[in-house]
Design a protein around this ligand. Structure first.
Ligand code: ADP
Length: 423
């Protein structure tokens, strides 16, 4: 319980359908204990008398269907109880989806494919978490498909991925990331490479469909698709592409009537599009908070939650690996011979010789065993961060969650950088 200010203790009594919201102050920790009654945190039931310790910056809401009392210990920003929450709406959505799953069971058809869309900071990831938690509490095995490359719900930012959820999220650490399927994107906005982003979405949809084909429980349970908050222009086109690729049959639009109307116009009639309010508890995060959050996700990848692990540091010889970036700059049309079409260079693999400019970049280690496999559409084994490049000796140093040796040889370079300030 290090870092908790024990002089600050406050008890809260919540009436039914109320929610306690708080934010942990910077460099502080807050302990939460359910003293009495029942409560849940983003859809996970809290265990009576257990200590849940939240880290600096966490934004939390604890909701109760029947009333409860809660004790908070430690410095937090403006903890307050509110009765203004859309939880009942989210519960109804869950009930409707569960009905679809029952039909799926009976008729051996696909369960609901639910896509959650909306602008930044409206609680999309939170709604996904709530819906997933409720479904697995009913014994389902629902898959989270995370297309939000800015936040990285299944792995680090700059990736998309799939995770079949088998048990409710841990109130503090979130879903257990046992075997997520992760694909390298390399940027924190789809804007970084739209063509690649759409290619990866199609790939994820194929992989999920294949999973549904051999596992009935997964097929009937359906999926929840989290998306990016970029909803204008090409961002909107990406949402349409995702809805089509996954054949979404429920689209939850959070807090944007405009987006709702656009989707109503552009998606087929059989798609159930619903406009829902965001929770007043969700706070907008300024750009730097968002960046800090990304950094903390990457740090957590290398150091584990609450820094319980320590990453391995070792040297990699240039000759043992091959590095690529995805996408080459395209030639201006005027440079092409007459009648020759511009080749699509956005998903082209470009070999890279390691140089000093690689320092701090994150590299994704591809699962591909040979270059005959399509590296772009192959999932990744994990990530390392480059800490030094020694061109004279033809080695670079990395930080890696796993010890040597590297299980594969092909690396994809991310735009994303991580500066390890723990050293
Ligand atoms: P989005 O996915 O739309 O960017 P998130 O689901 O990540 O939004 O929510 C943004 C932040 O708001 C998160 O830190 C989350 O923990 C917090 N949050 C979500 N719901 C609530 C709530 N009801 N009360 C307080 N904070 C909340």
């Amino acid at each position: 319980e290090k870092g908790i200010d024990h002089s600050v203790v406050k008890d809260f009594k919540l009436a039914k359908d109320n929610e306690l919201r708080f934010e942990v102050e910077t460099n502080q920790r807050v302990k939460l204990v359910l003293l009495d009654g029942s409560a849940e945190l983003f859809g996970t039931e809290l265990v009576h008398s257990r200590s849940y310790i939240f880290e600096s910056g966490a934004k939390i809401a604890v909701f109760t269907w029947f009333g409860c009392s809660i004790r908070l210990t430690g410095k937090n920003e403006a903890a307050y109880v509110s009765k203004d929450t859309p939880m009942i709406i989210y519960l109804n959505t869950h009930a409707a989806c569960e009905q679809m799953r029952k039909t799926a069971d009976q008729e051996d058809i696909r369960g609901p494919r639910i896509m959650v869309v909306g602008p930044q900071d409206v609680g999309k990831s939170t709604v996904c978490r709530i819906l997933l938690n409720y479904s697995v509490r009913m014994g389902r095995k629902t898959t989270l498909l995370d297309l939000d490359v800015g936040q990285g719900g299944v792995s680090i930012p700059g990736t998309v991925g799939a995770l079949t959820v088998e048990r409710p999220a841990d109130p503090v650490d979130g879903f257990e990331l046992k075997v997520p399927l992760v694909y390298h994107f390399g940027h924190t906005s789809p804007n970084g490479n739209i063509k690649l982003y759409e290619t990866l979405i199609s790939r994820l949809a194929d992989v999920f469909n294949a999973k549904c084909d051999y596992n009935r429980l997964i097929k009937h349970s359906g999926c929840v698709i989290n998306t990016c908050g970029w909803i204008k222009g090409q961002g909107y086109q990406c949402l349409l592409h995702a809805a089509q690729s996954f054949e979404a049959d429920v689209v939850i639009v959070l807090d944007s009537e405009r987006l709702y109307n656009d989707l109503k116009r552009d998606l087929p009639d059989f798609v159930n599009i619903i406009l829902q309010p965001k929770s007043p508890g969700v706070v907008e995060r300024p750009r730097d908070v968002r960046r800090d959050y990304r950094d903390s996700k990457i740090k957590e990848y290398f150091y584990g939650p609450r820094k319980i692990y320590f990453p391995h540091a070792f040297d990699v010889s240039f000759q043992d690996v091959e590095l690529f970036k995805i996408g080459a700059p395209s030639l201006p049309d005027s440079c092409l011979p007459l009648g020759v079409e511009q080749e699509d260079t956005h998903t082209k693999l470009v070999p890279v010789t390691p140089g000093r400019d690689l320092v701090h970049h994150i590299l994704s280690l591809s699962m591909a065993e040979s270059l005959d496999e399509n590296l772009i559409e192959t999932n990744v084994a994990g990530f390392v961060v480059v800490t030094n490049v020694d061109v004279d000796n033809q080695v670079f140093s990395v930080l890696s969650p796993a010890p040597r040796p590297l299980p594969r040889r092909y690396f994809l370079i991310m735009d994303t950088r991580f500066i390890d300030i723990n050293k």
